[in-house]
Design a protein around this ligand. Structure first.
Ligand SMILES: Nc1ncnc2c1ncn2[C@@H]1O[C@H](COP(=O)(O)OP(=O)(O)OP(=O)(O)O)[C@@H](O)[C@H]1O
Ligand SMILES: [Mg+2]
Length: 341
């Protein structure tokens, strides 16, 4: 049997108090799993208050645009865990819920972001000790030579214990075209640890939906260990725009009215381009717009700049994108020229 040194099975009720959470949001405050009087909580409200899990769910709703089905699934999983805690507190049987997940969706649809929130929820409810996320790809797990893969995979698993192991583009672990591919060795170790340490390690596999489906068909062992499949849809144009506004606001910037409609046009063009990556493309476009805004202001050496100047993205900062100027090489989608403003 494959064992990770230094780990033991931990009843969630006895889980250690919070350590730091590696995520963009504040670490959970140290929380107990019993009430002040030493009694296990008896109501959903008491578990929520103890764990502060509701704050993470609210942040998820508030900070992330769209993703309605994903948010609902996360609420459902949180509900399952809260009820499981109440059952444990009452001495009822707990089935030690399997929490390994698959997040499928196109690039930039929020999979990594949601994984960080999921880790916080699991941690606050005591299902993992630390709540950190270790994000890896095939290269972090699979070695080049015989004998390299096991130690590599084991090292990653050790780092991830007590938190979430997020395996991006997990299907690259399986290369059927190469008979002696070491990916299979990594998969086998993962499978054992996913079973034997499922109360202290949650594995999230992520990647394109069709490739994940094929991967699961060829790896039924992995498929059977994944309890929750969450699909991350592409964002609709209005959601992309909303995401853009939120990102700008978080950075202390805003669009002028003209820039806003220029950005809308920009998005219409960008979604048709190769390598469009949903919210990630929005973030990249805004980064470039801020660069252009800075260059524009920088060129005006002697002008006194006010708050509005410094915070406003103007239309030219968007319209200078090569998308508006160049003929767009887009072999897969014909209508780009027609739709150019
Ligand atoms: N629904 C959303 N609302 C606001 N911002 C979002 C949303 N989804 C993603 N983002 C932002 O977009 C960027 C990309 O998101 P993330 O890295 O989570 O996507 P991903 O699905 O993991 O992408 P990839 O497959 O490329 O790794 C991040 O900066 C994230 O904060
Ligand atoms: Mg990601």
């Amino acid at each position: 049997m494959y064992a990770i040194p230094g780990t033991t099975r931990t009843n969630p009720v006895e889980a250690a108090p919070a350590l730091a959470v590696v995520s963009g949001t504040p670490a959970a405050a140290a929380h107990g799993h019993t009430s002040a009087a030493g009694q296990p909580p008896r109501t959903v409200a008491a578990v929520l208050a103890d764990s502060q899990v509701e704050a993470v769910l609210d942040e998820l709703d508030h900070d992330l645009v769209g993703l309605k089905p994903v948010k609902q699934r996360i609420r459902d999983i949180a509900a399952l865990l809260v009820i499981d805690k109440l059952r444990l507190g009452m001495g009822l049987q707990s089935h030690n819920p399997s929490l390994h997940m698959c997040f499928s969706g196109n690039p930039g649809t929020g999979k990594t972001t949601v994984a960080l929130r999921m880790a916080q929820i699991l941690h606050r409810l005591g299902y993992v000790r630390k709540g950190h996320v270790v994000s890896v790809t095939r290269d972090d797990l699979v070695g080049q030579y015989i004998g390299h893969t096991a130690p590599k995979t084991k090292e990653v698993l050790k780092k991830a214990m007590g938190g979430v192991l997020f395996i991006d583009e997990a299907y690259y672990l399986y290369r059927p075209e190469n008979e002696r591919d070491y990916g299979q060795e990594a998969i086998e170790i993962l499978l054992q640890v996913m079973e034997n340490h499922r109360d202290d390690l949650v594995v999230i596999l992520a990647g394109y939906k069709d490739r994940m489906d094929t991967f699961f068909q060829s790896n039924p062992g992995m498929s059977s260990r994944i309890a929750h499949h969450l699909d991350f849809p592409d964002y609709a144009p209005d959601e992309l725009l909303h995401i853009g506004h939120m990102m700008l606001e978080q950075q202390g910037y805003r669009f002028s009215n003209e820039a806003r409609s220029a950005f809308e046009q920009y998005l219409q063009l960008r979604v048709q381009q190769p390598h469009f990556a949903n919210a990630r493309s929005v973030r990249n476009a805004l980064d470039r717009a801020r660069l252009r805004q800075a260059s524009r202001l920088f060129a005006d050496r002697n002008r006194e700049l006010n708050e509005d100047d410094l915070c406003t993205i103007q239309a030219p900062d968007i319209l200078a994108s090569r998308l508006f100027n160049e003929s767009i090489p887009c072999p897969t989608s014909a209508p780009t020229a027609a739709s150019r403003p």
